[in-house]
Design a protein. Structure first.
Length: 176
């Protein structure tokens, strides 16, 4: 688990722990995930999760974690970790991160990505690869680069935004 203590004077949340997903987190996790899906600017999925599909989705991952505010128990974000491919490429992990919209910019994403790197190594992955980081998602790209991810190039028009236009995507990798 990662702990973070942040100052209330900076109007930030306090005592965030990143821990393994539990069934009690399902409603909050679905709400956060679906908001990112509905925004249509970061995740490739187009369908919202329901209670049934969400439970199956989160539990089918190699590892799912949530960012919880320790005192209140509120869930502020989550990630899913799974293989990027199968067989001879099964040692490469992939992950997706979602942070509650009203607290973005308060380093919850950094806590999630940092914990994910630890969990990926613990689960036997040797490399993390992100296939479809939208080029205009500068906050995520800067975070990944600050944490040691390397951009592999650019795929022109690789992501269809919610409004229908296409944006470039930037694959990234990180050796564990």
């Amino acid at each position: 688990m990662l702990h973070a203590k942040e100052s209330e004077e900076e109007n930030t949340i306090m005592n965030i722990i990143v821990r393994q997903f539990e069934t009690k987190d399902l409603e909050a996790a679905i709400a956060i995930w679906n908001r990112v899906v509905d925004d249509g600017i970061a995740f490739p999925q187009e369908e919202d999760l329901t209670e049934e599909t969400g439970k199956a989705f989160f539990e089918s991952q190699t590892y799912t974690a949530v960012a919880e505010e320790e005192e209140s128990g509120q869930i502020y974000g989550l990630y899913i970790l799974h293989p990027n491919n199968i067989g001879r490429c099964g040692h490469i992990g992939n992950a997706s991160y979602a942070v509650r919209a009203d607290i973005r910019g308060q380093h919850v994403g950094e806590k999630l990505v940092s914990d994910c790197l630890v969990q990926a190594k613990a689960h036997g992955f040797r490399v993390m690869q992100f296939n479809a980081v939208v080029k205009s998602n500068m906050h995520a790209r800067h975070l990944y680069e600050r944490l040691g991810f390397v951009q592999l190039g650019t795929i022109p028009g690789g992501f269809r935004m919610k409004d229908g236009h296409y944006e470039d995507i930037c694959p990234y990798y990180h050796e564990l």
